[in-house]
Design a protein around this ligand. Structure first.
Ligand SMILES: *Cc1c(COP(=O)(O)O)cnc(C)c1O
Length: 506
């Protein structure tokens, strides 16, 4: 190890303690708080654009307002916000968004808005919808290849994060019950979603991070070295959120299986794309229950499943594993209680709308949507590759991350924002990504370019603009840069917490 690497290590170990010590000094703390306040002032204005234009309530209105007036106000806010995502300026976020599809889901929601799966006796339809959502998703993800004694099963959750939290809790509880593990560890690629950090934090599981290889995929040899007697689960993404690349799931899951450890494939993003991509002849490495070592998966119906926001599916190899997810209370005076997921009462209407999305699209619909998305994503990828000064990260299918060795990529991000785009700024390494959805597949009409053509033209112009003004700093670019490079991560975390505080200001 070189001297620089040694100093870095000492710093990395010592910095958190040093930081805690510094922040315990009242004057330091006061100065930090004052600085945070200053930093958040410009952000607050942009987060609260409706102040002044509309009444703001910090207490219930004395008399209830007129329904028509309320609807009018909500209609106006919707109008202000709709064009940006509708016209394809936003990365990810709205995955389908065609007006007829939305109207259809809204009708289903309206028909079922009172439904609560917690009361399966009152709304057996809710249980039917959820059972079928799980079955259809399992079938799509190689469920029929599982051994007869261990059929793939699962539950509906409120989103990808909940699916991941549930799976990690399930492995923690199984390891405690079956192997007596009280200091559980999880082996997770650094590119895996932050929801895994959240799970580690919530459930007291030690997070062991696996570095990536040159193609931004989890390094299998490093994953092998990270396993200990306390490892309860290993993770891979298909694909990961930051770079859109698929981890070597076949090797990772075989490794987990050979050590008797569970393996979770996070297909939140790719679950409803990759099966159809494979059908269409794209080279998709195996990632699902076809691999015997894969013991659980997450797949988001509210992303490429084209359901409304608020549903996802978590799947398990066999009901014995799934039971570790459930909660039961047998002594509560409120009666015998059980719930499959974290929530008690749940919105049955979202499950009904999810079911309706799945069966209204069908295999044909998903295959066709995937075909359009992958064609557009390829056009966008080629456009990025052909833009002088930009460099793509990894071999991605429909989420493309890019950086620059010549210009500040965060200033490019800003220049794109000025052109109306909402892309994702990523760090460590600094890059930007676009997650291609059906919104980006809109064709050109007459002299109006297609969304993909507009993206590529705007990107080229943005890079040129930054290149032409090398000495400008930009507004948000330094914030991104600071957040990525600041050694005191606690300070960055403080700022994020105060940002969240701001969201809750009236
Ligand atoms: C979106 C996503 C998640 C988390 O999903 P939410 O629905 O935002 O909670 C997890 N993993 C991957 C790969 C994702 O893209």
């Amino acid at each position: 190890m070189g001297i620089r690497e040694r100093i870095k290590r000492v710093w990395r170990r010592g910095a958190p303690a040093l930081e805690r010590g510094l922040r315990a000094v009242p004057t330091v703390n006061r100065r930090l708080e004052a600085r945070y306040e200053e930093m958040l002032v410009p952000l607050e204005a942009s987060l609260k654009p409706y102040r002044g234009d509309y009444p703001a309530y910090s207490r219930l209105p004395e008399q209830g307002r007129d329904r028509a007036a309320i609807l009018g106000e909500i209609e106006e806010l919707k109008e202000r916000e709709e064009a940006r995502w509708r016209d394809g300026f936003v990365s990810g976020a709205v995955y389908h968004g065609d007006a007829e599809h939305i109207d259809f889901l809204n009708r289903v929601y309206a028909l079922t808005s009172q439904s609560n799966p917690l009361h399966a006796d009152v709304w057996p339809s809710a249980a039917k919808y959820e059972a079928e959502i799980v079955a259809m998703t399992a079938d799509m993800l190689g469920g029929s290849h599982a051994a007869a004694g261990e059929p793939v099963c699962g539950t509906v959750s409120s989103g990808g994060t909940e699916s991941i939290l549930l799976a990690m809790k399930t492995y923690r509880d199984r390891a405690r019950a079956e192997r007596g593990i009280t200091r559980p560890e999880m082996v997770v690629p650094i590119s895996a979603h932050a929801a895994f950090d959240k799970a580690a934090d919530y459930f007291g599981i030690k997070m062991v991070r696996v570095p990536l290889d040159g193609d931004y995929r989890a390094d299998v040899a490093a994953a092998r070295r990270a396993i200990t007697r306390n490892t309860i689960v290993m993770v891979g993404s298909a694909p990961c959120f930051p770079y859109g690349v698929i981890d070597p799931i076949e090797k990772l899951s075989a490794l987990a299986q050979s050590r008797g450890i569970g393996f979770h494939t996070d297909a939140c993003l790719g679950g409803f794309v990759l099966p159809w991509a494979a059908d269409l002849g794209y080279a998709v490495p195996p990632f699902d229950f076809r691999l015997p070592g894969v013991t659980s998966m997450s797949a988001d119906t509210h992303k490429y499943g084209y359901a409304a926001k608020g549903t996802s599916v978590v799947l398990y190899r066999g009901p014995a594993l799934r039971r570790y997810q459930y909660f039961t209370a047998t002594d509560w005076p409120g009666g015998l209680y059980f719930s499959p997921t974290f929530a008690g009462s749940r919105p049955g209407a979202l499950s009904a709308a999810c079911w309706a999305a799945l069966v209204s699209l069908g295999r044909d619909g998903y295959r066709e949507a995937t075909r359009r998305i992958l064609l557009t994503a390829d056009e966008i990828r080629q456009g990025i590759a052909a833009t002088p000064g930009l460099r793509l990260l990894g071999h991605s299918l429909f989420v493309h991350a890019f950086t620059s060795d010549e210009v500040d990529i965060y200033r490019v991000l800003e220049a794109m924002s000025r052109r109306g785009w909402s892309l994702n700024g990523l760090h460590r390494p600094a890059c930007v990504h676009i997650c291609v959805t059906l919104r980006h597949t809109q064709p050109g009409i007459g002299h109006t370019p297609s969304v993909a053509q507009r993206f590529v033209a705007d990107l080229r112009a943005a890079v040129e603009e930054v290149r032409a003004h090398p000495n400008e700093k930009g507004e948000m670019a330094p914030v991104y840069g600071l957040a990525a490079s600041l050694p005191l991560r606690g300070v960055v975390s403080d700022i994020l917490e105060r940002y969240v505080d701001t969201l809750y200001k009236v």
